[in-house]
Design a protein around this ligand. Structure first.
Ligand code: GLU
Ligand code: MG
Length: 450
């Protein structure tokens, strides 16, 4: 259970003096959708001790707010758990001045661990890594498309240009101030490739903080957009054929304060760093089922979009599912990391990172080695060339993803049987929902969920 800071009463009265009336406690469900409960500031101390009651069934809500009763452990309307605020993450929101925000973690009604709680699943992987002397840093890039609430089309492009950013100048200025005031550090903000598409990259942090901050960043972007008559879509696709929103996940692995990705071996990887990447590569099909899990997610993964489509690794290759970014003399060894491209906002950030760590740790333990990197776009090759090079497509449909995850005993073990069962039931429900609908309807239905 999260520890409460001793000065809680003082903190609550300070927030009240700032004009804060409510505290919103947020978690991410199995669809990557943020869910929340808001409590009055007067209740903060009590809620910090005892949490608030929520239904167990939020673990089996699908992407369309239907409850699937298809998972045996959660197949009746009976049951309640406690949502505990993680008080060390409490922050007064600059963009929503009447509210404070924090992350929530679920425990069983009696206060004992609840196996469906995704944040605890990530904490377990972090702990398993720590026992082996390994530590991780992680950070997401968030791509999003802005649309005006009043229907006026936003001027778009040129891609990566200051004029595109100027079209949302007041939003961008507020966003930067809000992010900083909310305690979020970012690398950069820019106009992306797609129409009215923008991106910000979150600074690396330890895994739990990185996942918590990813959720806070979403709320911060949504609030700034709303303040300027805009809406932000974080959906993997905003049209069936255009550029998608990737939420690429960067990670690095460390031992004794040293980044293990740079080294003296081939491609600049240390042996343990190579094991980490090789572990990710081996598990990529199943990993994608957790890091890009919605129905539109797999449709985003097409060659030629820098979203990745094939289960390959490459050095600075923007078509590779695993893009290794080596350290350089200019940046230093600490900057080395690997970017996972088949990753988007529909992933639960805790499950996604837990799966990445589990896959990578296994690669380190088993001392796996990598094939030669692919430095090209295999989408431009013939079937024969791909077959000769052993290059396989990532799962291209939700059914292929489900089959890949079903084969991965490693990732199932990382989640545990309860959480895996709920996750699988939700994906089955999403797939059944989409089977009766056109690609356009599916994309449209996911636009504003994340
Ligand atoms: N929008 C691309 C995607 O779907 C990524 C473009 C980029 O590399 O920044 O992942
Ligand atoms: Mg980008």
């Amino acid at each position: 259970m999260p520890d409460n800071p001793p000065d809680l009463a003082a903190r609550a009265s300070e927030l009240r003096r700032q004009g804060i009336v409510g505290v919103t406690i947020v978690w991410a469900d199995n669809n990557g959708i943020p869910r929340s409960r808001t409590v009055p500031i007067a209740a903060l101390e009590q809620v910090a001790e005892r949490g608030v009651g929520v239904t167990t069934l939020l673990s089996v809500f699908d992407s369309h707010d239907s409850i699937t009763f298809g998972h045996e452990g959660l197949s009746t309307p009976s049951g309640d758990v406690r949502l505990m605020p993680v008080m060390e993450r409490l922050v007064a929101l600059r963009g929503q001045p009447a509210f404070a925000w924090t992350i929530g973690q679920h425990v069983a009604a009696d206060g004992t661990p609840w196996p469906y709680d995704q944040r605890s699943i990530l904490a377990r992987q972090v702990e398993a890594a720590a026992q082996r002397g390994l530590r991780f840093q992680a950070g997401w890039e968030l791509e999003f498309v802005l649309s005006p609430a009043d229907g006026r089309p936003l001027p778009t492009g040129p891609a990566y240009g200051p004029v595109a950013l100027l079209s949302v100048d007041e939003f961008a200025a507020d966003l930067l101030q809000d992010l900083e005031a909310n305690g979020l550090r970012i690398g950069q903000l820019h106009a992306e490739y797609g129409p009215a598409q923008f991106e910000l990259s979150l600074a690396p942090a330890d895994p739990l903080r990185a996942a918590d901050e990813q959720l806070l960043a979403r709320q911060t972007v949504h609030a700034a957009a709303r303040a300027h008559g805009l809406r932000a879509s974080f959906a993997p696709l905003v049209t069936t054929t255009g550029v998608g929103n990737g939420w690429h996940l960067h990670t690095s692995v460390w031992r004794d304060g040293r980044n293990l990705l740079p080294g003296t071996g081939d491609h600049g990887l240390s042996p343990e760093g190579e094991g980490y990447l090789a572990g990710l590569l081996r598990e990529l099909p199943a990993l994608t089922a957790l890091t890009a899990p919605s129905v539109p997610s797999s449709a985003r993964l097409r060659p030629g979009y820098w979203s990745s489509a094939y289960a390959i690794w490459g050095v600075q290759n923007r078509e590779a599912a695993l893009r290794y970014i080596p350290g350089t003399p200019l940046l230093g060894a600490d900057q080395a990391n690997v970017e996972l491209k088949p990753s988007d906002a529909s992933a639960n950030p805790y499950l996604a990172l837990a799966a990445v760590i589990a896959a990578g740790l296994a690669g380190v333990e088993e001392k796996l080695s990598l094939p030669a990197p692919v430095q090209d776009n295999p989408g431009t090759w013939s079937e024969e060339q791909r077959a000769a090079a052993g290059v396989h497509r990532l799962p291209a449909t939700p059914a292929e993803q489900a089959a890949a995850l079903e084969r991965s005993t490693l990732l199932q073990a990382a989640l545990g049987p309860a959480a895996y069962g709920a996750f699988r039931a939700v994906r089955d429900a999403d797939r059944a929902w989409a089977a009766e609908r056109s690609a356009e309807e599916v994309v449209e239905a996911h636009l504003w969920k994340y």
